[in-house]
Design a protein around this ligand. Structure first.
Ligand code: NAD
Length: 281
């Protein structure tokens, strides 16, 4: 049976029409540039906060790529007929609201927002049964390859090695540890058969006692313009293995998110991630 999303197919050079929310944010501007560079997608709507003085401005111009004729609007519903897939890198509250709109109107959604509280996570998990959705804490190809390597390394190294996750980001980041650090911790926990919620240790101070053997530790650094550094250490007797990813430009995330949005074309309702997009087992 044909899914209601079959019309997203771009095999006949039909471009996937993309809307970007948070269009004047750091990632929003990158996403507009990445859609512009894609042969498979076109920007068809751009949404910002409704009280912004930039409502009505040209989205290409605010993204720094020159005029593209797409006017910034303050409400996703206003442009609901203009797009097939929404790419959303905003805030947890905005993303939750946008999932509802996309589900109501049968649109696909690519979610890059991080920093969901446990309650917001629960709310998000309960949504999205009726729309194609891709969510990733990090859309870069390199990080997704690292997630695979980490699971494999944890499976082989086993419990003889202590695991610690380090991450650094720019001074504007509002959540910690990063969604990517948590995803890396989750990959290790999956490889070791541990429940991350039970074994995660977020920062250490004072009389901490000796390290719990099953702990997966997280350390966070914030400052300057660091785009995103992640290192997972497997610390054993006489050796240490480190798997590191360093992002030097947000474009890696934006390109991956656009690739995910194009991939979402033709997919049935369901929750997907970058392993599906990149065909990583
Ligand atoms: P930012 O603060 O620069 O941009 C967010 C934008 O969203 C702002 O312009 C804000 O005004 C806008 N916004 C908030 N609520 C809105 C609403 N209701 N409607 C429209 N616009 C709204 O932040 P950023 O650095 O671009 O990051 C955004 C999110 O993406 C963060 O959660 C960040 O952690 C995440 N992120 C994810 C990845 C990934 O690969 N998954 C990569 C980088 C950043």
């Amino acid at each position: 049976m044909l899914s209601q999303y079959e019309f997203f197919k771009n095999e006949d050079n039909v471009l996937v029409r993309i809307a970007v929310t948070g269009a004047i944010g750091r990632m929003g501007k990158m996403l507009i540039e990445a859609v512009n560079a894609s042969n498979d997608a076109e920007l068809s709507a751009a949404v910002i906060l409704s009280d912004s003085t930039l409502i009505g401005a040209d989205a290409g111009e605010t993204a720094g790529i020159g005029k593209n004729g797409i006017r910034l609007v303050g409400d996703l519903s206003e442009v609901i007929d203009c797009f097939d897939v929404l790419i959303d890198f905003t805030t947890p509250a905005a993303t939750l609201a946008n999932v509802d709109v996309c589900e109501k109107y049968g649109k696909g959604i690519v979610i890059g927002t991080t920093g969901f509280t446990a309650e917001e996570e629960k709310a998000l998990s309960a949504k999205g049964a009726d729309l194609p959705m891709i969510r990733a804490a990090n859309f870069s190809t390199g990080v997704n390859v690292c997630l695979n390597l980490l699971k494999k390394a944890a499976e082989v190294l086993g419990s003889d090695y202590d695991v610690e996750v380090y991450e650094a980001h720019h001074r504007h980041k509002v959540d910690a540890p990063s969604g990517t650090a948590l995803a890396m911790g989750q990959s290790v926990a999956d490889g070791l058969g541990r429940d991350l919620r039970q074994v995660a240790v977020y920062g250490r101070e004072g009389q901490t006692g000796v390290r719990a053997p099953d702990a997966i530790g997280f350390a966070t650094v914030r400052g300057g313009d660091v785009v995103g550094d992640h290192t997972v250490m497997f610390l054993g007797e006489g050796e240490r293995i480190e798997i590191t990813h360093k992002a030097s430009n947000r474009m890696a995330f934006a390109t991956g998110a656009v690739r995910a949005a194009v991939w979402l074309g033709g997919k049935a309702a369901g929750k997907y991630d970058m392993r599906h997009v990149l065909d990583l087992s």
